[in-house]
Design a binder for this molecule. Structure first.
Ligand code: NAP
Length: 309
């Protein structure tokens, strides 16, 4: 029987792992399909305290993992298939195996939001991507025009990164101002290689017949005018959706699938705690996720101590 199983190895999961390991709870930590979480796909992280020059996202997560392992966290490259929270102990199915645990920390993070039309899916990896850091340097995008969709920090970050490779980066946003933080927005708009296209949405991605991205179809939402913009890449950066599907109907969630936190990191189920982007529609920062991971570990430790009294 496990004391605690932690789902996810982003900032929240690994911080929870560090704290529960230091509390001698011998945590079992499941990476899922994306060890290190979304931050591993970021280039430079400039706003995590303690790194005045910034730190590569992958390196930050590798360091967090090492730190948790140093105190005994068992980090496994395994995926949660199913969960039964209706009984105590909690029963998990992990890569087909039954695992029983006294407590659970859900830190499953969030995934990329998709535009949702067919050609986006059909042309994925053929010019459509959700990660500039992963794919931006590919030969197919070198010295070619590319499109980034979105107006948040992610879109700005993707656009800035792509200026290293692309001939021009069109930033297509559905409004006339960016949602991104001021520093990111100013840097983005000051970059001569980035051309914003305001009040516009991508209505289709071409060309499925050629099996490669050749252009996007744009619609100006004020004038309804439709145009075709040639490009070789489409980088979708329109936000995230929480990775909570496995917990649907089992813990209380809001309408968008974020797990509802109460009294710190508690969920609607006794012994189940939550941390990070899967429960945070507001801040969604690496450092707030880490803070929530710490809180969940402390709440979990206190819960177990009270149970054994
Ligand atoms: P976000 O802040 O939610 O922004 C999503 C953007 O996509 C918005 O501009 C939104 O438009 C647009 N959008 C959403 N659905 C759309 C659709 N169907 N079609 C077209 N456009 C759509 O998401 P994010 O940029 O991924 O950022 C998430 C969080 O991570 C934020 O808290 C952000 O600060 C943080 N983050 C920080 C950094 C950093 O500090 N370096 C980097 C990346 C992310 P509207 O503006 O009209 O809503």
């Amino acid at each position: 029987m496990e004391n605690v199983v932690i789902i996810g190895t982003g900032c929240a999961g690994l911080t929870a792992a560090l704290y529960t390991a230091r509390a001698n709870l011998n945590p079992l930590v499941l990476t899922g399909v994306m060890p290190g979480g979304l931050l591993t796909t970021t280039s430079i992280v400039e706003n995590f305290p303690g790194f005045p020059e910034g730190i590569d996202g992958y390196e930050l997560m590798t360091r967090m993992q090492k730190q948790a392992e140093r105190f005994g966290a068992r980090i496994k490259f395994e995926t949660l298939d199913a969960v039964d929270l209706s009984q105590n102990p909690i029963v998990l199915t992990v890569d087909g195996e039954r695992v029983e645990t006294k407590t659970l920390i859900i830190a499953s993070g969030a995934g990329h939001r998709h535009l949702g039309f067919e050609n986006e899916h059909l042309l994925e990896k053929k010019g459509v991507t959700f990660c500039a850091t992963c794919d931006g340097a590919l030969p197919m995008f070198r010295n070619q025009p590319v499109v980034v969709i979105g107006g948040g920090d992610s879109a700005c970050e993707e656009a800035m990164y792509l200026t290293r490779f692309a001939s021009v980066v069109y930033l297509v946003h559905r409004r006339d101002s960016l949602r991104a933080s001021r520093i990111m927005a100013e840097r983005t708009l000051a970059n001569p290689k980035i051309k914003p296209i305001w009040n516009s949405v991508v209505t289709d991605i071409l060309d499925v017949k050629q099996d490669i991205v050749t252009a996007v179809q744009l619609k100006n939402i004020l004038s309804n005018e439709e145009t075709v913009l040639e490009c070789k890449g489409v980088f979708v950066a329109i936000g995230h959706i929480p990775n909570t599907q496995l917990f649907q109907g089992k813990v209380e969630m809001d309408d968008n699938g974020y797990v509802i936190r109460k009294n710190g990191s508690e969920t609607s189920v006794k012994g189940v705690f939550v941390a990070g982007d899967c429960s945070d529609p507001v801040y969604r920062q690496a450092v707030t996720a880490a803070g929530m991971g710490c809180a969940a570990a402390i709440d979990c430790e206190r819960f177990l101590a009270a149970e054994t009294k």
